[in-house]
Structure formats: structure tokens, C-alpha cells
Design a protein around this ligand. Structure first.
Ligand SMILES: Nc1ncnc2c1ncn2[C@@H]1O[C@H](COP(=O)(O)OP(=O)(O)OP(=O)(O)O)[C@@H](O)[C@H]1O
Length: 247
């Protein structure tokens, strides 16, 4: 079963080809890390998958009506704008909008999202008065409350402290283990290696690699895409990947 299917996706912005011929599927149980250097097109690819910008090729999500898409996929964008001083719990509750008010399920989903992101202590605070990292966790909780089978998150762990980076990756992996499909972009290759079930490497305007983390983070691909060397090891505590030097 596929939760999402894209064929030959291509995006051109201001006459510049950002990427082309990107085909991918997402299955239940997958936590897919979308990696690539700055400007590779990770945000653009996720927006194209969601049908949020003009593209060539096809995406099964983009083909849905807005209402059907909101039930199928949740989206946490990179920009963390919180416009109004609403309470954390009210902002998280906005994730329930596509479900059109089913109070019992709404309550359970909001509580589960607050629990997963460790936000119970902050639930009555005004979201605009939280730190940047706290706001990121609130916005991810809003996406989790949507309880969609697919979650796309653009750099959800950027700016989080180490505890909350690990906790967030663990929560996303748990979502996948429960049968949802998650795609997140991230720059921390160490966390990508440890937590993701699969990595997609976007570079040079194409999908350069797609597979298990140990394959995608090979010395050759890492040198080609990121122009770095790295230390890799399998340890009793799981895989370790540490970028070392620039080339
Ligand atoms: N509206 C736009 N018009 C023209 N070019 C754009 C537009 N939006 C993005 N781009 C360009 O598209 C390319 C890909 O941008 P994108 O934000 O998708 O990259 P990214 O891989 O997410 O980068 P980062 O890791 O820095 O967040 C960049 O070169 C960017 O300058």
C-alpha cells in the first residue's frame, strides 16, 4: 500500500530548473529523511508534493481536493509564524479543523499531540511568548493533532535543543511505527542516520539517492552531495554518523 505516489515531479522557478524527474512512493511505517545541501530544493519538493506550487509530473496528494488533502496529509512548514497570541492548546486544536468538530475525537487527538511533544506544562501559555524551539514543538503538535496518515515536516528539529531534537525524532519514528508515513527535511545527518528508516538525497537538481540510511550516507555520495568527509560506525547504541571535514 502506498500513502503517497509521485512521478516525474519537476519544478522550475523563474526560468531555473530546481529539480526534475523526481519519483517516489511513501509506505506506512516509513520515516523518510529528506536531505541535501542548502538550496537543493527540499522545501520546494515538499511543497510540490503537497500541490502548493506549480509543478510538472504528478503527485497523488496534489491531485486531491483541498478538503480531502487536509484529511490525508498534515504539513509543518519551515516558517514558524504565529500571528496571534493564542494559547498553546488552542493553537494545537487548529489541527482538528479538517475533521469538522467531532468533540470526543478532537479532545483525544489534542491531548495525544500535547503529550507527544511534551507540551502539557506549556498548554496554557500564549504561543507568541514561547521560545523559538518551543514554538516549533507547538506547530508540530498542531500537525500531529490533524491525525493524517501522511505528515510532511520542513526542518522540524531546526533550533531545538539536543533533548528535544532526540525526543522529536523519537516521536516521529513512533508515528511511523504506528503505521503513518512521515517525510521530514533535516540537516542533522547524525540524527537522520539514527532515526530514519529511509533517506532521500536531493542534489544537483535530481533525486541522487533513495534508500536505507547506511547506503545513502556512503562516503562517495556524502562527498559528492555535501562536499564533506564523515566518520561512520555501527555501535551497540546504534549507528553513529559525524561530519568531519570539508573537501
Ligand atoms: N519563489 C522563488 N522564486 C525563485 N527561486 C526560488 C523561490 N523559492 C525558492 N527558490 C530557489 O529554489 C532553490 C531551492 O530552494 P529550497 O528552499 O527548496 O531549498 P532547500 O533545499 O529547502 O534549502 P535549505 O536547506 O537552505 O532550506 C533555491 O536556490 C532558492 O533560491
Amino acid at each position: 500500500m502506498s500513502l503517497l505516489s509521485c512521478r516525474n515531479l519537476a519544478v522550475t522557478l523563474r526560468d531555473r530548473v530546481i529539480f526534475e524527474e523526481v519519483s517516489l512512493d511513501l509506505a506506512p511505517g516509513e520515516l523518510v529523511g529528506l536531505i541535501g545541501p542548502n538550496g537543493a530544493g527540499k522545501t520546494t519538493l515538499m511543497r510540490a508534493i503537497l500541490g502548493l506550487l506549480p509543478h510538472g509530473g504528478s503527485s497523488s496528494l496534489a491531485a486531491l481536493s483541498p478538503g480531502a488533502r487536509a484529511l490525508k496529509a498534515a504539513w509543518m512548514p519551515q516558517a514558524r509564524d504565529i500571528a496571534w497570541p493564542v494559547r498553546v492548546e488552542d493553537l494545537v486544536a487548529l489541527g482538528r479543523l479538517p475533521h469538522r468538530a467531532r468533540p470526543a475525537q478532537d479532545h483525544a487527538a489534542i491531548e495525544a499531540a500535547l503529550d507527544r511533544m511534551g507540551l502539557q506544562r506549556l498548554r496554557h501559555r500564549r504561543a507568541t511568548r514561547l521560545s523559538g524551539g518551543e514554538q516549533a514543538r507547538v506547530l508540530l503538535a498542531r500537525a500531529l493533532a490533524q491525525e493524517a496518515p501522511v505528515l510532511l515536516a520542513d526542518e522540524p528539529i531546526a533550533g531545538l535543543d539536543p533533548e528535544h531534537q532526540i525526543a522529536t525524532m523519537t516521536a516521529l519514528r513512533m508515528l511511523a511505527d504506528e503505521g503513518r508515513g512521515v517525510i521530514l527535511s533535516l540537516h542533522d545527518l547524525g540524527l537522520a542516520a539514527r532515526h530514519c528508516t529511509r533517506l532521500i538525497l536531493l542534489a544537483e537538481g535530481q533525486l541522487l539517492a533513495d534508500g536505507p540510511p547506511e547506503e545513502v550516507l556512503s562516503p562517495g555520495l556524502v562527498a559528492r552531495a555535501f562536499r564533506i568527509t564523515a566518520y561512520r560506525a555501527d555501535t551497540p547504541n546504534g549507528p553513529v554518523f559525524q561530519p568531519l571535514t570539508t573537501l
